[in-house]
Design a protein. Structure first.
Lengths: 153, 717
């Protein structure tokens, strides 16, 4: 066990966990930020996607020891009021079915649009292909990313 | 998240006799470690509890309880819509609350078989209409006018003179009235909410990452556990050495029960690490089967003289003897994992005086009864709180993962949440059973279908046929039979059980039969249906006109036969009381087939929520396509060879074609839509691929078949 101090959603959080603990389980078990989901544990499904300094990463395969001073953003910290353009678009398009994968989908989409506010269809596909939706909401995900893109300032 | 518990036990017909207060308790997870729960403590204490489905507060908030488990079929939105429609409520003021298991208040409180909507349609409407009528009567008394002079609109009772009173202001008086025995339901023509696109009531919580799911449940003092189950079906524990696992930090205990070794600890990761050093030896305890054994077994069973006869019409032997052409084809499908994105999990706290169960289940009462039986406890002492389900697909119809959590909680005498890893989920069943079919058709010299045979052989599949489905009833001489092999590999209902593969096989076969009969595939089906209508053979358990209506609608919308540049494949299927026809369109691009679009025409009667319904069909198609293309679990010596998404391939974003969804508008009472759109997809796609490439697909998953070697199938959304 070791003490770590990490920046999550703009706050410094102290945790005492083993150095190989994946960020996913630090967020869920230690910090109570359960919006980040466990789906596969091997970076295949994208349910655990968070931002590390703005880049979408799979938190299930990222040990706490690798975080350092990087800024972690989770779905809970994407916006204060839940009104990030991507979150708005997701509701307007009525994307979720079971909803379990959607936090990860939203984090992938938000990271894409932050870097590239007007992505092409191809660029959207590349960014979203790492996130599995078992319910098959891909068409609405596409529609919502396009809508969110139109909302980006 | 909120849920009710131990609320009024009055049943629907005795409701509303008292202006009750404090009937609803706000269920609050905020006392848990860390998990910060949305605690919208609203002033619900003053609510008037009208019945099992709704309560109305003095400030006009209408709370509608949704009894059935929500796993993405959108029932938590569509059920309350039906109540709100008949109530004439203002949807903006409706708050939906997931009800806990309550067998006295609700019946059929489960999700499965696409059956909830047909089961509850009438009673949901009555719940809303009854409350509406009582509100009208309360207003009539207040104004001293005849109830017949009053109407309702958007949460108000309105008098002809323009006066109006809000439902909230009338709720207490209304609840004191005698419940009317008969209430008038709306004419569907007057529906304002039903049939519109209404957004999912949990959208905001889902897009902001609120703790809605079973895996999100945490409570102070709760322990975590993972269970090591036998890695191979047909094996049992020989020895356990937990010394190293127990020595690791955070590990509280290692408990062996039945064929399970549970590692109990303080956090998920610490348990995952301890599993790596846990030493368990297994030995054979029955048949240890491999996929290669099943392949051989299927061939033997298909040739076995005797089988269970499911349906027999006329004289197939003579028909086949007299046939000008006989077509005989076989189709095989592999085991599939349900693989809901949220792995299995459940919280259990067994105490001396009762059991608390919290988590994602499609069948809360089954979970409760199974737990009661295991613990030898009265079912009334067991409560089941429903979380949102991160998918189900039939896996959460089983109670195994609930019962083992309860058993473990009892053994360690502590509250515990058992979490399955993805590998546990894929290796631990239950699976969609593997099945092989042989279809035979006899055509006379004019191309008329005079004989039809089907034999289904499956592994723990039960009846692998659906003997009364089309074309039964349209063929004079028909024989449908099945053989089931009992295996230690556990199987269960997988979204659209049996039909999820049978439909592909049947619709691909009929495509070949139509071709042999020199008929257009759509025309061929329509002629058979006409024949079934004019001179039916035996019992017909599908509606011929409704089947024809979806065929005609999809033919019209797809421009069937009028697109020379595209290869179109057709299929139609009736399952779970709804009818769906599909056309898949494939275009050859640089010598390779590209699946561009799937057009669907569905008849589920009245569409309740247009947004939810469209996505049910779209999602069903994506699911059907994904598994037809990629899905399989193979076994080696009893162990699943695919254990996670690296080799159990699920369809991804860039692998879906466009989907176009149409509904037949016939005003018939609604039927379910969670399953019926899935079965037709494999057949439509296979038939389109054949038309484009000349290659017939007989086995799933398509992409791994010999026929597809060197073929690069593209998809474009």
């Amino acid at each position: 066990m070791a003490a770590y101090s990490i920046n999550v959603n703009g706050e410094t959080r102290k945790v005492d966990v083993a150095s190989d603990t994946p960020l996913l389980w630090v967020l869920r078990d230690a910090l109570g930020l359960v919006g980040t989901k466990y789906g596969c544990g091997i970076a295949q499904c994208g349910a655990c996607t968070v931002h590390l300094n703005g880049t979408a990463v799979r938190s299930c395969s990222l040990p706490i020891s690798a975080i350092g001073t990087s800024k972690v953003t989770t779905i809970e910290g994407l916006s204060k009021e839940g009104d990030h353009p991507v979150q708005q678009a997701w509701q307007e398009v009525d994307v979720p079915q079971c909803g379990y994968c959607q936090a990860g989908q939203i984090m992938s989409a938000a990271a894409l649009l932050a870097k590239n506010p007007k992505p092409s269809e191809e660029q959207i596909a590349t960014a979203m292909n790492g996130n599995i939706c078992r319910c098959g909401t891909y068409h609405r995900i596409k529609e919502a990313v396009v809508l969110a893109s139109s909302k980006m300032k | 998240m909120e849920t009710i518990s131990k609320t009024s036990r009055r049943d629907f017909l005795k409701l509303g006799l008292t202006a009750g207060g404090g009937l609803m308790l706000s269920f609050n997870w905020s006392d848990s470690v860390g998990a910060i729960i949305n605690t919208s403590h609203e002033a619900l204490a003053a609510n008037v509890d009208f019945n099992s489905y709704l309560s109305i507060s003095p400030d006009d908030v209408i709370t509608i309880f949704s009894p059935n488990p929500e796993l993405g079929q959108n029932i938590k939105t569509s059920f309350p819509m039906v109540v709100a429609e008949e109530l004439d409520a203002d949807w903006k003021k409706v708050k939906v609350v997931q009800a806990a298991l309550d067998v006295k208040k609700y019946d059929r409180q489960l999700t499965g078989g696409s059956g909830a909507v047909p089961h509850s349609w009438e009673r949901l409407r009555k719940a809303g209409a009854t409350a509406r009528q009582m509100l009208i009567e309360a207003a009539a008394k207040k104004w001293n006018v005849a109830a017949s002079t009053l109407t309702t609109t958007n949460g108000f009772v309105v008098h002809a003179n323009g006066n109006k009173l809000s439902y909230g202001s009338l709720a207490a008086d209304a609840a004191a009235l005698t419940v009317p025995a008969d209430v008038k339901l709306k004419n569907p023509k007057d529906f304002k909410l039903i049939g519109t696109a209404v957004a999912n009531v949990d959208n905001k919580e889902m897009v902001t990452g609120k703790p809605l799911y079973g895996l999100d449940f945490y409570r102070e003092g709760m322990l975590h556990a993972m269970i090591q189950r036998p890695p191979a079906f047909g094996t049992k524990i020989k020895s356990v050495d937990a010394t190293a696992a127990k020595a690791l930090p955070g590990i509280v205990d290692v408990v062996t029960f039945k064929n399970n070794v549970a590692i109990v600890g303080k956090s998920t990761w610490e348990i995952m690490k301890a599993r790596k050093v846990l030493k368990v030896e297994y030995e054979n305890a029955g048949n240890v089967e491999s996929t290669t054994d099943h392949d051989k077994l299927f061939k033997d069973l298909l040739n076995k003289p005797e089988a269970t006869v499911r349906r027999k019409d006329g004289d197939v032997e003579t028909a086949f003897k007299n046939a000008a052409t006989v077509i005989k084809r076989e189709y095989q499908c592999p085991f599939l994992s349900h693989a809901p994105m949220e792995p299995m999990n459940f919280f259990a706290h067994v105490k001396a005086d009762g059991v608390e169960l919290i988590g994602p289940t499609q069948t809360p009462d089954r979970a409760r009864m199974a737990t009661a039986q295991l613990l030898g406890m009265a079912p009334e002492k067991i409560t089941v709180e429903l979380t949102r389900l991160g998918g189900g697909f039939g896996r959460r119809l089983q109670a195994d993962y609930v019962v083992e959590a309860a058993e473990l909680s009892k053994l360690i005498n502590a509250p515990v949440k058992v979490t399955w890893s993805r590998e546990d989920d894929m290796m631990g069943g239950s699976y969609r059973p593997a099945v092989r079919y042989r279809f035979e058709a006899a055509l006379d010299s004019k191309g008329t279908l005079i004989g039809y045979k089907l034999r289904g052989v499956g592994i723990n599949a039960g009846n692998s046929t659906r003997e009364d489905n089309f074309p039964s009833g349209a063929v004079e001489n028909l024989l449908i039979e099945s053989i089931d092999h009992q295996s230690p590999i556990t199987t269960g209902a997988w979204r659209a059980p049996i039909t999820n593969f049978l439909a592909f096989a049947e619709q691909a076969f009929l495509d070949e039969v139509a071709l042999a009969a020199k008929k257009d595939p759509v025309q061929f089906r329509l002629e058979l249906l006409d024949k079934a209508k004019q001179s039916p053979t035996g019992e017909i358990k599908y509606d011929i006109d409704r089947t024809k209506a979806v065929i005609n609608l999809v033919a019209e919308k797809s421009g069937w036969g009028k697109k020379p540049n595209l290869a179109q494949g057709f299929s139609v299927y009736f399952s779970h009381r709804s009818y769906v026809a599909q056309v898949a369109e494939v275009e050859m691009v640089n010598g390779n087939p590209v699946l561009k679009k799937i057009i669907a025409a569905s008849d589920c009667g009245i569409v309740i929520n247009l947004s939810g319904a469209k996505q049910q069909v779209t999602g069903g198609i994506v699911d059907g396509l994904g598994h037809a293309l990629y899905g399989q679990v193979t076994f080696k010596e009893g162990a699943a060879e695919q254990r996670n998404f690296n080799n159990y391939r699920l369809i991804r974003y860039n692998e879906v074609p466009q989907v176009e969804v149409h509904f037949v508008n016939n005003g018939i009472d609604p039927t379910g839509l969670g399953e019926p759109a899935l079965p037709p997809t494999g057949g439509a796609v296979a038939n389109a691929i054949f038309k484009a490439t000349g290659k017939r697909l007989y086995n799933q998953p398509f992409t791994l078949q010999e026929e597809m070697k060197g073929v690069k199938l593209g998809q474009r959304m």
